[in-house]
Design a protein around this ligand. Structure first.
Ligand SMILES: [Fe+2]
Length: 312
């Protein structure tokens, strides 16, 4: 027992080996609190190094709204942030708040959180030995990559609109009588939504001030030291204006630098595109998107079908 406690203290809140998170998952608790006292000196050191090396890259490559967002959240470069502190600065601006979770949030629940201006937030920090690459989100990706964008009005409204789309999808699926067809349709519509989210919120680019150059606003890029530069500078990346029919049919791989990225003109433009996504959904144009990644898990589909069962 004493050994277990010691091991828990040593592991702290490190990604993939945090006993506190394992316990919450074991007990089926998705929404949790942030036990700040569990962060170890190594956890804070990992945050300090991640934040320190990104600062120059953000100045050079990030969208100006992101840079304003980072400033208005008053994040510490030295220590893992307390979500309560982040929310104290964030909520008055757009009503959004970071909501701690123990792990993956099934698709419908995730979008529904956005609709309620809550952002499911990972509280673990990646291991200091793997600063560069991590397939799963950690608190640096979520708080330093996503949350600064939530200080922007137009961007925040875009996320809420995304949540509305998930409800529209659930309503449309509820009208289908045949169970197998419900699953097929839900899978296609959600694949389209997940691809849209990926190529915008996670990996989106935007034209810079005055239409000059491209800047990053996607959180997967904003939290990656290597890829933020690659996304803008590398001749190996194809960059195109955002096109809905392309994005919803384009599969992607999560464990490599993205070879294909899309840019928007502004967050107002992005907001309009989400409206277009919903219109296409209602018109049945998301019912047969190209197969391929991302794969919807059983939990994703179930979250959708459960929501649609309440819409009848
Ligand atoms: Fe993300």
């Amino acid at each position: 027992m004493a050994t277990d406690t010691l091991a828990a203290q040593l592991a702290g809140l490190t990604t993939a080996r945090a006993p506190f998170i394992e316990q919450a998952q074991h007990e089926g608790q998705l929404y949790i609190h942030q036990p700040y006292e569990l962060y170890t000196p190594d956890n804070h050191e990992a945050w300090r190094r991640l934040y320190g090396r990104m600062s120059d890259r953000w100045q050079r490559y990030a969208n100006e709204r992101f840079r304003q967002g980072i400033a208005s959240l008053c994040l510490s470069p030295e220590r893992v942030p307390r979500l309560e502190d982040v929310n104290r600065f964030l909520s008055p601006l757009t009503g959004f708040r970071a909501k701690p979770v123990s792990g993956y949030v099934p698709a419908f629940l995730f979008f529904d959180c956005l609709r309620n201006r809550e952002f499911p937030t990972t509280i673990t920090v990646r291991d200091g030995a793997t600063l560069d690459y991590l397939p799963e989100p950690d608190i640096f990706h979520d708080i330093a990559g996503h949350v600064p964008m939530h200080t922007d009005r137009a961007f925040a409204e875009t996320l809420v609109r995304f949540g509305d789309c998930a409800h529209t999808a659930a309503e449309l699926v509820a009208e289908i009588a045949d169970d197998a067809e419900k699953v097929r349709r839900a899978t296609s519509v959600f694949t389209a939504m997940a691809r849209f989210f990926w190529f915008t919120i996670e990996f989106g680019l935007m034209r810079g001030p005055g239409g000059e150059g491209l800047r990053v606003y996607g959180s997967g890029l904003l939290s990656s030291y290597g890829e933020i530069a690659h996304a803008i500078d590398s001749p190996e990346v194809q960059r195109y204006p955002m096109q809905l029919e392309w994005v919803i049919n384009q599969s992607f791989e999560i464990d490599r630098y993205q070879p294909l990225l899309f840019f928007v003109e502004s967050f107002e433009h992005l907001f309009e595109k989400v409206g277009e996504l919903e219109a296409w959904m209602r018109a049945g144009k998301l019912d047969d998107v190209a197969p391929g990644e991302p794969a919807m898990s059983e939990a994703d589909i179930k979250s959708f079908l459960d929501a649609s069962a309440t819409k009848r």
